[in-house]
Write a protein that binds this ligand. Structure first.
Ligand code: T3D
Length: 265
């Protein structure tokens, strides 16, 4: 299934939903329209039984160059300009929706990921990049602080010294460095990227979806939790997923020495 939008593409095939940022001549810089279309697409993806994994990627040579700066400059002309509005109305709800989506969300970073778009990618559950991709906390270059979750995610992913360096220098780092620092899951050779991403998406689409959702809940909560509370959370979530069909199927398949057939329940 695919739908018509002006600046993104949405495709849903065999449980794999793909949102492609699609303004390649502007390096997929994010406009208000594009952000609204992503929200609309997420409403489709969120409908029960529609998808079991979401893939976010970019068309052309970039993942996305962050906020469209022509649009940003134009909005600054307006009398009621408020730099926080787009964050409150579009970006932050988007980040929270991706995190709460009860399925794995893969950022397939096919090229440069800058500004808010770098942080949207880092806010996804799994970030896989081409070896030639780069990550850029561009904000300082235009006198801004990292937003779209950057100040939350960066210190947690790479530690405070590197987070501070990335934010303050606004140096572009390559995907190998990002992988080495633990900023992303992995980078792969450019000519292997499409097949690796497709294989990962297929693996998740055929995997235990409710279990992935519980993993997301547990792992994200752990960043802000105390040890005993996290142990209690594991008990609750393990009870929930163990009661599901996929857990029973996984154990049965192991004992029968065959590949499990997970339904996502
Ligand atoms: O006020 C608010 O709304 C605050 C919001 C903040 C959130 C943010 O995301 S702030 C960060 C915004 N993004 C940036 O500052 C990055 C700007 N872009 C770049 O630094 C570079 O383009 C890249 C490092 C990403 C890539 O460089 P390169 O050399 O590969 O490509 P290029 O030649 O710079 O860009 C190609 C075209 O895309 C070019 O247009 P042209 O000359 O071919 O007509 C360029 O202007 C355009 N482009 C790239 N990024 C943006 C953009 N157009 C609009 N907005 C962009 N962000």
């Amino acid at each position: 299934m695919s739908s018509e939008y002006s600046s993104i593409l949405l495709d849903i095939t065999e449980g794999v939903a793909s949102i492609t940022l699609n303004r390649p001549t502007r390096l997929n810089a994010l406009t208000r329209t594009m952000r609204q279309e992503i929200h609309d697409a997420l409403s489709v993806v969120e409908a029960p039984g529609t998808a079991r994994v979401l893939l976010l990627t970019g068309a052309g040579r970039a993942f996305s160059a962050g906020q469209d700066l022509e649009e940003a400059a134009a909005s600054r002309q307006s009398e009621d300009f408020d730099a926080g509005r787009a964050l409150e109305e579009d970006y932050n709800p988007l980040l929270l929706r991706l995190r709460r989506l009860p399925m794995p969300v893969i950022a397939a970073v096919n090229g440069v990921a800058a500004g808010a778009s770098a942080n949207i990618a880092l806010g996804c559950d799994i970030v896989i990049a081409t070896r030639s991709a780069t990550f850029l906390q561009a904000f300082a270059r235009i006198g801004l602080i990292p937003d779209a979750g950057g100040t939350y995610l960066l210190p947690r992913l790479v530690g405070l010294p590197r987070a501070m360096g990335l934010a303050m220098t606004a140096e572009q780092i390559d995907a190998e460095t990002a992988e080495r620092w633990g900023l992303i899951w992995r980078c792969v050779d450019d000519d292997q990227f499409s097949s690796e991403v497709a294989a990962l998406a297929r693996k998740f689409a055929e995997g235990p979806t409710r279990t992935y959702a519980a993993m997301k809940e547990a792992l994200y909560a752990s960043l802000d939790s105390e040890y005993s509370a996290q142990l209690a959370r594991e008990v609750r979530l393990q009870r929930e997923v163990a009661a599901g069909a996929d857990s029973r199927e996984g154990i049965r398949a192991f004992l029968e020495k065959r590949k499990p057939r997970f339904t996502g329940d």
